[in-house]
Design a protein around this ligand. Structure first.
Ligand SMILES: Nc1ncnc2c1ncn2[C@@H]1O[C@H](COP(=O)(O)OP(=O)(O)OP(=O)(O)O)[C@@H](O)[C@H]1O
Ligand SMILES: [Mg+2]
Length: 206
């Protein structure tokens, strides 16, 4: 992303900026005219609040997320640390993670989030950045929740599994390492394994 780039996501717009001499990413949720004005305000407000709250909770739990520098609820914008690195999707596409180091790191960090009652809500490899110093940073928590139930955790895992079976089809061993690392670090692995199976079966019949 260069200084002048604007990234337009499904809901939000990202631009690079500077805050007290630090490089930032400003994520703004512009109005969507196809939505009723009151509903639009509500969605933009709740997603902005949610994102800030969960990024903060995840940091407290010990998972790397961007620092929040400012929140502007009149614009529904968040000024956060710009994470220098490469999206994990790109890393996996290009390197394939032959020794499964990155995938194990994903599993361990996801276990920390879930053990602290945090679910991500949109868990794909595009929402993780591998930093220049080799840390794994999670972004884009607007659909996440705290006080996560087993169902929420199962959905996170199922989304991630689907990302691997659609975008990273040849990384079978890597997905297995990720899941092994996850289940080895979660308090009630069998309960969650069962939930993931239920969600898969539900998907087959809907
Ligand atoms: N803090 C950050 N540092 C560096 N790059 C970032 C940061 N936050 C977002 N990006 C880049 O911008 C892209 C889009 O950001 P993000 O995933 O938060 O938005 P989105 O998917 O459009 O969001 P939403 O689903 O909340 O509407 C990311 O995939 C990443 O490449
Ligand atoms: Mg995203």
């Amino acid at each position: 992303m260069s200084d002048t780039d604007v990234i337009k996501g499904a809901e939000a717009t990202m631009v690079q900026g500077e805050y007290l001499g630090r490089k930032t990413l400003i994520k703004t949720r512009p109005a969507k005219t196809y939505r009723h004005a009151d509903l639009d305000q509500h969605i933009r407000s709740s997603r902005t609040r949610n994102e800030v709250r969960i990024i903060h909770e995840a940091r407290i739990a010990g998972v790397r997320t961007p620092c929040i520098y400012d929140v502007d609820m009149s614009e529904f914008s968040i000024t956060m640390e710009y994470i220098e690195g490469v999206p994990v999707k790109k890393v996996l596409d290009e390197s394939g993670d032959p020794d499964c180091t990155i995938c194990r790191m994903i599993g361990e960090n996801l276990a920390i989030l879930h053990s602290n009652g945090i679910c991500h809500g949109d868990l794909t490899t595009s929402n993780m950045i591998l930093t220049e110093s080799g840390e794994l940073c999670f972004i884009d928590f607007s659909m996440g929740c705290t006080k996560a139930e087993t169902e929420d955790m199962g959905v996170d895992l199922r989304l991630l599994e689907r990302a691997f079976t659609s975008a990273h089809t040849d990384l079978v061993k890597q997905l297995e390492s990720l899941m092994d690392a996850y289940y080895a670090n979660i308090p009630e692995p069998d309960k969650i394994r069962k939930k993931v199976e239920d969600i898969k079966n539900r998907g087959r019949y809907t």
